[in-house]
Design a protein around this ligand. Structure first.
Ligand code: ABU
Length: 472
């Protein structure tokens, strides 16, 4: 009975050991129940409520903060309800985001990380985690193809760390241009082909144009796995141009970097070893719990050189150990969360081979979806041909629009279809998939697979659900 117990009764309180253990066991039961149900397809993906409903308070669950402490019983209710009204991103029918799934080893790693509750900035308080990070980053650099895995890196949300100028890419690059003081107008967008891949000739033309205007181009971002189309830019062609004009080449492999683990698919990133820097987010395609985002650079010492502020109270040079293991001065922030342990633990538990199997399987599942719908009545693909990544982009055409001539009226109506179906999916709680417009294309569905729990039956379910909800 926790109704008469409060946080003050837990450790470090005198006699706090027993209630602490009992309380934590209750929490573990809540979490393990949640985990069990996440993989149970009869459980909904979400129990949707509008913001005003949650803010007004649900029965027994009030988001308002109070002056007086709540009992541990209420705290346990708060834990249960927080999960109840959230979204099960590990559910096999959650396809909404590039990061999805619930890896049990990764979860254990995250729990351990929170228990250790330390900070990555110095070896003195995170000796094991700092070494794990260094070894894992070296392994990733070897996989990229940099000689001996030399270079540097950090697990830290990444694109902002780099100096930015040219792109055809994720909006974070444009945002970084603004934050870093270059200005959005100095971030130049490149033309892409119908599949969303940069056209190298356009890059070269824009470099020449910028130089003629007296600007100094310095940075090119190539994307390996764009967010919507899953497109891979031709890195070798872009690298040739960067070498010719002496520009820094960054490869944003946040989404597509995971394919480096697959002997079958890594050719899509061919040329990545020529990059000066790479972003690679294991929390996306590799199923590592959020957040786990690596920035890797080929030149050793450059992170320290760019970011070091030598804060004397943290990075004393006269410590008794090799202070090059104090990684904090390389980062743009001070405190840094331990993102490495869950990834390192998963790598230990699966082996490199396990990640390869995961990647290959996700790609096979999206191929299954593509083959299922490419000629199916009521579907139109957004671009021709097999997708490069797991992104399958398509329109669902409800029966009432199928005979309608192409033109503004049809476009207007089609634009409303995906949001309407998505809203119904969320109200029913059965599945979630993303949609968006892109350029002159009206709203379409973007299906992605990165969750190791997904099977062909879940892909079939999604299609059945779209047709059930979209049947007018
Ligand atoms: N970093 C972009 C992720 C967007 C998405 O999950 O769709």
């Amino acid at each position: 009975d926790f109704s008469n117990l409060f946080a003050r009764d837990l450790l470090p309180a005198k006699n706090g050991e027993e209630p602490t253990i009992q309380f934590l066991l209750e929490v573990v039961e809540i979490l393990t129940n949640y985990v069990r149900k996440t993989f149970d397809r009869s459980t909904k993906v979400l129990d949707f409520h509008h913001p005003h409903q949650l803010l007004e308070g649900m029965e027994g669950f009030n988001l308002e903060l109070s002056d007086q402490p709540e009992s541990l019983e209420q705290i346990l209710v708060d834990c249960r309800d927080t999960l109840k009204y959230g979204v099960r991103t590990g559910h096999p029918r959650f396809f909404n985001q590039l990061s999805s799934g619930l890896d049990i080893i990764g979860l254990a790693g995250e729990w351990l990380t929170s228990t250790a509750n330390t900070n990555m900035f110095t070896y003195e308080i995170a000796p094991v985690f700092v070494l794990m990070e260094q070894l894992t980053l070296k392994k990733m650099r070897e996989i990229i193809g940099w000689t001996n895995g030399d270079g540097d890196g950090l697990f830290s949300p990444a694109n902002m760390i780099l100096i930015l100028y040219y792109l055809a890419s994720h909006y974070s690059i444009k945002k970084a241009g603004a934050v870093l003081g270059f200005g959005k107008e100095n971030v130049i967008l490149l033309k892409t082909d119908e599949r969303g891949r940069v056209i190298p000739a356009d890059l070269e033309a824009k470099i020449i144009d910028a130089k003629q205007k007296g600007y100094v181009p310095l940075f090119v971002n190539a994307t390996a796995g764009t967010t919507v189309y899953g497109a891979f830019d031709p890195i070798n062609d872009i690298a040739d141009i960067c070498e010719k004009y002496n520009l820094w080449l960054h490869v944003d492999g946040a989404w597509g970097g995971g394919l480096l683990m697959s002997r079958k698919h890594r050719h899509k990133l061919s040329g990545i070893e020529r990059a000066n820097s790479v972003t690679w987010n294991p929390h996306k395609m590799m199923g590592v719990p959020l957040q786990c985002s690596a920035i890797l650079v080929r030149e050793k010492g450059i992170l320290q050189g760019c970011n070091s502020m030598c804060a004397g109270y943290l990075f004393q040079p006269d410590k008794q150990y090799d202070v090059t293991y104090d990684t904090g001065d390389k980062a743009i922030q001070c405190g840094r969360h331990v993102d490495i342990f869950k990834f390192w633990l998963m790598w230990k538990a699966k082996g490199t081979i396990g990640f390869e199997q995961h990647i290959d399987r996700c790609l096979e599942l999206s191929e299954y979806l593509y083959n299922k719908i490419k000629n199916r009545e009521g579907y139109e693909m957004v671009f021709e041909g097999q997708p490069q990544h797991t992104n399958v982009c398509f329109w669902y055409i409800p029966p009432s629009l199928r005979g309608m001539p192409h033109g503004d009226k049809r476009r207007e109506k089609l634009h409303m279809v995906a949001p309407k179906i998505k809203a119904m999916m969320m109200e029913c709680g059965t599945t979630m998939v993303g949609y968006q417009p892109q350029g002159d294309k009206v709203n379409f569905f973007r299906m992605v697979v990165s969750n190791h729990a997904v099977t062909k039956s879940d892909i079939d379910f999604l299609i059945d659900e779209i047709e059930r909800l979209g049947h007018d």
